[in-house]
Design a protein. Structure first.
Length: 149
């Protein structure tokens, strides 16, 4: 077999319709588009999002999903394993001491202590919020959680 012997299987390919190529072709004049109207023109027809004149779904929906609550309080997270590495036994943990040890950048923002990691040191924690798991770990280590939590 040679390269010039290759051909598609009989009946597997069809000739394309050549519309608008004269009366004798059977598809001349209107080129299978009918007589008149928007769809017979070049570039005619509706766009993919057209809904008959009503405002399309894409314009009825808001641009971004959800909403942002302007009253939300964003807490700076600090895990108990960070307290373990940066504080000594008996230290007081508050936002100023956390900022002094560069665990948080801004001491004026609210802080929440989370329960990630282990804690073996007895610490007094005075931050804005403490998770239940973190409070449990602090208590097990012999420390205590004080207000403003």
């Amino acid at each position: 077999m040679q390269l010039h012997d290759l051909a598609p299987a009989p009946g597997s390919t069809k000739q394309r319709k050549r519309v608008g190529r004269g009366h004798g072709s059977g598809r001349g004049k209107t080129a299978t588009r009918g007589q008149d109207g928007q769809k017979s023109r070049a570039g005619g027809g509706k766009g993919p999002g057209f809904e008959g004149g009503q405002t399309p779904l894409a314009r009825r929906l808001p641009k971004l999903p959800g909403f942002k609550n302007i009253n939300r309080t964003e807490y700076l997270p600090v895990n108990v394993d960070r307290l373990e590495t940066h504080f000594a036994d008996g230290d007081v943990v508050d936002s100023t001491s956390l900022a002094a040890k560069a665990i948080i950048k801004n001491s004026t923002l609210p802080v929440k202590v989370l329960g990630g990691g282990n804690l073996s040191k007895s610490l007094t924690v005075r931050v804005d919020k403490v998770s239940a798991r973190a409070a449990e770990k602090i208590a097990q280590a012999g420390g205590k959680v004080e207000p403003p939590c």
